[in-house]
Ligand binder design. Structure first.
Ligand code: PGA
Length: 252
């Protein structure tokens, strides 16, 4: 179902005590006011998921992981499985983030397996796609995003796909302070919906939640979220301060 979502991706930040402070800070700020129809998702490092889901259950928000293993279980030192994540009470998982693609060599086929693994364990994948600067400058951004969607989602039928959330994150906007303009975001989100419609049918595409990510903050969120095909945001840097993050939640 198409929803409004604001999700915070903490990346590799915060010690245990800092994570606790931020979680309770978010909980407190949400008590002061929030739109009823916006789902808030906090994605801390996996180590803090159990703590996070405890706070989240009390304060009506959701939690997600930032990655998972494509394998079910077994001798994969250092990896974390979908079942483990789900057993903490987390409901979402970010997959295909550009940092995973660039620093850890993840490609669409592997990400596709991770998406299926997430769905098998009733986790909602937030599938990230987006072009790098050279691709945009060469006018290839639509082509790049279309390929990322078709390869990573190729194993899904419309029923399975109906659980997936998409995040459009132009790589040149991530952590750079250079946000996509509201027009650029709307143009790409509408394109993504068109690609999804041709693959899964118009109703499924209409029902898909498509988030924008990349230097989205309290100052620009309102303009971005005002677009008809932008259903919320995936927030990195600005999700590390409770007040800023909740201001973004209140930008609808
Ligand atoms: P940013 O990161 O908001 O710090 O640009 C977004 C993301 O990487 O999900």
């Amino acid at each position: 179902m198409r929803k409004k979502i604001v999700a915070g991706n903490w990346k590799m930040n915060k010690t245990f005590k800092e994570a606790e402070d931020l979680l309770f800070g978010i909980a407190d700020a949400l008590i002061s006011g929030r739109p009823e129809d916006v789902e808030v998702v906090v994605c801390p490092p996996a180590l803090y998921l159990e703590l996070a889901t405890d706070v989240a259950t009390e304060h009506d928000f959701s939690c997600g992981a930032q990655n998972l293993s494509e394998h079910e279980a077994g001798a994969y030192t250092g990896e974390i499985s979908a079942a483990m994540i789900r057993s903490t009470g987390a409901e979402y998982v970010i997959l295909g983030h550009s940092e995973r693609r660039i620093y850890f060599g993840e490609h669409d086929q592997l990400i596709g397996k991770k998406i299926q693994q997430a769905l098998r364990h009733e986790l909602i994948p937030i599938y990230c796609c987006g072009e790098v600067l050279e691709e945009r400058e060469a006018g290839r951004h639509f082509q790049v995003v279309e390929k990322q969607l078709s390869e990573a989602l190729s194993g899904l039928d419309a029923g399975a796909f109906s659980k997936v959330v998409i995040a459009y994150e132009p790589v040149w906007a991530i952590g750079t302070g250079r946000t996509a303009s509201p027009e650029q975001a709307q143009e790409m989100h509408a394109f993504i919906r068109k690609v999804l419609a041709s693959r899964f049918g118009e109703p499924a595409a209409d029902d898909t939640t498509i988030l924008y990510g990349g230097s989205c903050n309290a100052a620009n969120a309102r303009e971005l979220f005002a677009n008809p095909d932008v259903d919320g945001g995936l927030i990195g840097g600005a999700s590390l301060k409770a007040e800023d993050f909740v201001k973004i939640v209140n930008s609808f």
